[in-house]
Design a protein around this ligand. Structure first.
Ligand code: UTP
Length: 290
């Protein structure tokens, strides 16, 4: 079992979000709302609930709105206080109190592995988590916390989700030996296999715990490669050493990286809100009968 709890989490948010153009020309996709909170807040909340204390955003030009969301806005606070809008005031203060955020830059979008590598100095020599903002997981126990359970120091853990065979071509898929119905000793990963070639129907979603030596592996990849630096290349090296566990998590995952997925997440979370549920159900019925 791990002697050292995972305390730092990296959130790569430097992508261009082209699937949401034109809005992402000026608004980072991570701050697009699900009901009345930006997408990224759901993921940060998950990390904090799992005991993460250090949040490192890997950002790019034009993403200030994302980082600002987690920092104090004294003018707004003074206005809300003066006008007696106390609920709103405590809501915005709560977000700031949730975690201390650090932002580092990825100047060129050279891939997910390269984005994570930009957090090396901020995180330092410790095992760390990576959470992708496009994957929102609604779960009773935070999904990233489920990956920490039963983990040994130096081990990597990737989140797995069972998908229909026909859908394997949309995901990275793991090959390995099942240690239990929800736990796999991962031996290899295959990118977007056709159903007939897929080694399993366990797909990787955007939650990882990575050991500190991931940094040197990413750096070595950087030296050799001309194109993008893939996080999966570094994880594949760890898998070859028998150091990667795939953990099937309890919870529902929403892919908010595309328009329909974001709408689905919005409806799901709106229907969970007692103050919105009836109105949203009525809306869905009305729209469906058009
Ligand atoms: P995606 O490719 O899904 O996101 O990367 P994107 O590039 O922002 O979106 P589209 O495809 O153009 O619509 C997965 C995650 O990795 C981050 C993205 O921000 C996203 O959270 N990422 C990707 C980086 O931070 N840097 C990169 O170089 C690539």
């Amino acid at each position: 079992m791990s002697q050292h709890p995972v305390r730092a989490a990296v959130f790569p948010v430097a992508g261009r979000g082209t699937r949401f153009l034109p809005v992402t020309k000026s608004v980072p996709k991570e701050v697009l709302p699900i009901v009345d909170r930006p997408c990224i807040e759901y993921v940060v909340t998950e990390a904090v609930a799992a005991g993460i204390e250090q949040i490192v955003f890997v950002t790019a030009e034009g993403k200030d709105a994302l980082v600002d969301y987690f920092r104090p806005n004294h003018d707004l606070e003074a206005y809300l206080e003066a006008t007696g809008k106390n609920v709103a005031l405590s809501q915005i203060q709560e977000v700031v109190r949730m975690a201390e955020v650090i932002a580092v830059r990825q100047d060129l979008a050279l891939g997910l592995g390269h984005a994570v590598l930009q957090a090396k100095e901020a995180v330092g020599d410790q095992d760390f988590a990576v959470l992708l903002g496009d994957d929102i997981i609604d779960a009773e126990r935070p999904a990233i916390g489920q990956l920490m359970e039963g983990r040994r120091d130096g081990q990597a853990v990737v989140a797995l989700m069972e998908v229909p065979r026909a859908d394997t071509r949309k995901y990275g898929v793991c090959a390995g030996t099942m240690l239990s119905p929800t736990r796999m000793a991962v031996e290899a990963m295959v990118e977007k296999p056709l159903p007939e070639n897929a080694p399993s129907n366990f797909a990787i979603v955007g939650r990882y715990i990575l050991p500190a030596d991931t940094w040197s592996r990413l750096e070595a990849t950087q030296a050799g490669a001309g194109g993008e630096i893939q996080l999966t290349d570094a994880i594949a090296q760890l898998a070859a050493q028998g150091r990667v566990i795939g953990q099937v998590f309890d919870g529902e995952r929403f892919d908010t990286g595309n328009v329909v997925g974001l709408l689905r997440a919005s409806l799901h979370f709106a229907l969970k809100r007692p103050d919105l549920k009836d109105a949203v159900q009525g809306l869905i019925h009305e729209m469906a009968s058009r």
